[in-house]
Design a binder for this molecule. Structure first.
Ligand SMILES: [Mn+2]
Length: 304
């Protein structure tokens, strides 16, 4: 059986692109099943509930299995045992940090979500997208593109989302997107640690490791009111994991900008990357919505 899964610390795109692509593979006569590599976030749970989709099973280890990697290509973000898996293919929209010792199918497009690519593949193969899958894929596009506000959004994302919305019976994409983000930004009950490890990736720039987390909210005041507690937790995680820096992007999707919270051995490279002074462990970055397009590249340029 083919195991199809997105990255660890799964988000809606990682989960829904896997669900959508596993279904397409089955329609094409393959024995395929979607998996997840961790707990689902509140947004993804809401999406699966609304469209009546079962939660994928947890995959503990990929060793010895035939796999498709969705929405990631770095082994560090992939399943345990990935080094000993048989990778059949990759579908992704991130920077390519992948090499393999045999030819595989590798589909990479600089679109707003991996789910956009999956929807396009249905079109290419001439397979009809069922309503529940269309709802999942649409939600993943809305999530990854921050309701089309992120600079990662392309015309293709808008076109495909409109088609999916028609199939899924979503009349108002913006209203549904805001409902999803509200579910995700409910941080009231979350501990500071859960906030800091909400949606994170660890990068290495010139031998220095930086954990970059993102919290997307409708109104940033609730998170920022807990800033001291969050900074203290970031400091703790930085020490525990021997990191150069821990960053938390508090992205306000209404204000269309990010408050970047920073703890670092040295803030100078981070200030240089964004051309702004960090005061009291924070800096406001207007227009910044995307980690991979607006946070990672300037840091990499300064630090690599
Ligand atoms: Mn994605």
């Amino acid at each position: 059986m083919i195991h199809v899964f997105g990255h660890k610390v799964p988000d809606t795109d990682a989960v829904c692109s896997a669900i959508g692509y596993a279904h397409l593979l089955r329609e094409l006569g393959k024995d395929a099943k979607a998996f997840r590599l961790g707990e689902l976030n509140a947004e993804t749970k809401l999406v699966l509930e609304r469209f009546g989709v079962e939660t994928p099973e947890l995959l503990e280890n990929a060793a010895g299995k035939d796999v498709w990697l969705m929405d990631h290509n770095e082994f560090g973000q992939s399943a345990d045992g990935i080094e000993d898996a048989n990778i059949i293919g990759v579908i992704d929209h991130h920077k390519i940090k992948f090499s393999y010792d045999k030819p595989i199918t590798y589909i990479a497009l600089p679109w707003g979500s991996s789910s956009t690519i999956v929807a396009k593949l249905y079109e290419i193969y001439g397979v009809e997208i069922p309503k529940h899958i269309a709802g999942c894929l649409l939600s993943a596009i809305l999530s990854d593109t921050v309701i089309f506000k992120s600079p990662t959004t392309t015309e293709t994302d808008r076109e495909i989302a409109a088609k999916l919305a028609a199939i899924a019976g979503v009349d108002d994409m913006t209203a549904w997107g805001i409902e999803m983000f509200k579910a995700k930004s409910k941080i009231g009950e979350k501990s500071a640690r859960d906030i800091v490890l909400n949606d994170y990736k660890v990068y290495e720039f010139g031998g220095r490791k930086i954990l970059i987390n993102q919290v997307e909210v409708i109104d940033d005041s609730e998170v920022l009111a807990r800033k001291d507690e969050i900074i203290a937790e970031m400091q703790k995680i930085k020490e525990e994991q021997g990191l150069f820096a821990v960053l938390t992007m508090v992205t306000d999707i209404m204000k269309e900008g990010t408050t970047l919270l920073v703890v670092a051995d040295d803030v100078a490279p981070i200030e240089k990357a964004f051309g702004k002074e960090i005061k009291d462990n924070a800096v406001w970055l207007p227009g910044v919505m995307s980690r991979k397009k607006q946070i990672v590249p300037p840091l990499e340029q300064v630090m690599a």
